[in-house]
Ligand binder design. Structure first.
Ligand SMILES: [Zn+2]
Length: 61
């Protein structure tokens, strides 16, 4: 039974690898405290989402 020598050519291999790098996550400033946070997520600094308190945040004292 014949066996292919390689799956893809070098050109296609390079195109595949060009998309493989790690990309930076998208952050937006929090509306309440201004700290950078993940988009569409609760702020880890103040625990608010769309200016409403969602989560209790422990403050270091
Ligand atoms: Zn915040």
């Amino acid at each position: 039974m014949p066996v292919p020598r390689r799956r893809h050519g070098r050109s296609r291999q390079g195109k595949d690898r060009s998309q493989k790098q790690i990309k930076a996550v998208n952050t937006v400033p929090c509306e309440t405290c201004g700290q950078q946070k993940l988009a569409h997520r609760v702020c880890q600094n103040c625990g608010e989402y769309k200016k409403t308190k969602v989560k209790k945040v422990e403050t270091k004292s």
